[in-house]
Design a protein around this ligand. Sequence first.
Ligand code: NAP
Length: 458
Amino acid sequence: MAIPGTESHPLRVAIVGSGPGGFYAAEALLESGLQVEIDLIERLPVPYGLVRFGVAPDHAKLKSVTAVFARIAEDPRLRFFGNVEVGHDLSVQQLGALYHAVVVATGAAGDRRLGIAGEHLPGVHAAGDFVGWYNGRPECADLEFDLDQEVAVVIGQGNVAIDVCRILASPIDALRRTDIAAHALDALARSRVREIHLVGRRGPVQAKFTPKELRELGALPGWQPRVTPDALQLNVASQTELTLPGFVHAARNLDILRGFAQSPADDGRRPLHLHFHRAPVALSGEPRVERIELEAQALSGDAGAQSATPTGERLSLPAGLVLRSVGYRGTPLPGLPFDLVRGALPHRDGRLVDTAGKVLCGWYATGWIKRGPSGVIGTNRADSVDTVATLLADVAALDAVKAGRAGLCALLAAGGQRVVDFTGWKVIERAEIERGRRDGKPAEKFVRIDDMLAAATA
Ligand code: NAP
C-alpha cells in the first residue's frame, strides 16, 4: 500500500477538541502539501473551546482569532463534527481504528486544588468555574456565586486571577457591552463586593501575570490597587531574575506595582489589595467560608528557581467569597494514558506514550493537554506546528486502510447521534448575535446544549 497523503489515499486525521490547539493543528495539516481529510470532533455543538469559554468577555480583541479559525473550518478538506463526545459517543478504540492519526487537543478545563483545610466550604470556588459561569459554559451555567459578600479573596497571581478580579470590579455598564452571559451580568449588577484581596505565595518578580493585564487593574473606575512598598523589596536572586530570559515581564510588572504602591493609602476608592509572599493555609467559617488564614513566605533557592517557604508568621483576613486561581488541569480521556502529576497526556515530542514510555502509534497531543496550561492563544500555534511535524515524520509508518470520515458518519448515524456541522454552528452563531443585538451586546450565548441544538435547526 502507498504512503497516505495522496489523492487516492488521503491521510485521514481526527482532531479531538476545537479550541486553539485543535484549529492550529488543522491549519498545519492543511498546509502540509499532503492530501488530507481532517475531521474536527468537538464535544459541544459550538467550536472554539478556550476562546469562547476562557477569554474574558471584556477582551473582545483576543476573541477575534475566531475569524482565523472559521476560515480554517471552511476548507473543504476539513469537516466539523460538533456535539460528538469521544469517550461517550464513540470510544478511543473506535476512533483509532477509523483514522491514520488522531490528535488530541482537549485542553485543560479542570482545576488544581490548594489542599488546605476548609477548601470544601460553600463560598470557595475554582476560578475556572467562575470564568466558565460568566462565559456561558454549559457545565457552569447553574453554579451560584454569593456576590452578597463584601470581601472577595482571589488566590494565585496569574492572568486568570487578574481576569476574575477585573470582572468582579468592572463597572456593570462596561460589562453590558460584552458577550458576558446574561445570568452573570444580572448577578454582578447586584454584587456587594467592596474589597478584593489578590494573594500570591511568591514575590512580584515571580508573579505570572503580564503587564497589560496588571495595568488594567489600575484602570478600574472606583477601585484602587494597593500594594505595600515592603512587598516590593527584592532579594538578590530576584534582582538577578529581572535580567533572565524567563522573566521578560517582571521589570514592567514591577514598575506598574511601584506605581500602585505610590498612591495614597486610602483615597476613598474600593481597595484591591495585592499581597505577595503570602500562602493560604486554611479557610474557615460556619456554615460557609468567613475567613482565610495566610502564612508569610520567604523566597529561597537560586535565581530562576526560587520557591516559597513558610516563615511561621500568620495573618487572617475576612473572606466571604474565595476564588482559587492556581492553575488548570487537563482531564483524562477514557482509554488513553494520563499523567496525574502534570494533569496532561504523557507524550514524547507530541507522540502519546503509555506508562512504560512506549509510543502509541498514530496518537498525538497538542495544546494544554500536551504541555499543561501555559502560554497565550498564539503559543498553541507553534505547539501544533511541532506536533504536526512529528505526525508528518511518521506518515510512512501510519499506512493502513482507514475508513475515516465515512466510517465516522456511519458509526454516529448508527448510534443516532445528532451532529452539528460548521454550517449548523454558523446558524447558532447568527442566532446568538441576534439575541445580543436586542440588548446592545455583541452576542448573547446559548448556555444550554439543548438550546444550542434547537438553534442549529431553527
Ligand atoms: P498561571 O499563570 O500558571 O498562574 C497560576 C498561579 O497560581 C501562580 O501565581 C502560582 O504561583 C499560583 N499557585 C499555584 N499553586 C499554588 C498554591 N498551592 N498556593 C498558592 N498559589 C499557587 O495560571 P493561570 O492564571 O490559570 O493562567 C493559565 C494560562 O492562561 C497562563 O499561561 C496565562 O497567561 C494564560 N491566560 C492569559 C490571559 C491573557 O492573555 N489575557 C488571560 C487568562 C489566562 P507559583 O508561580 O508560585 O506557582
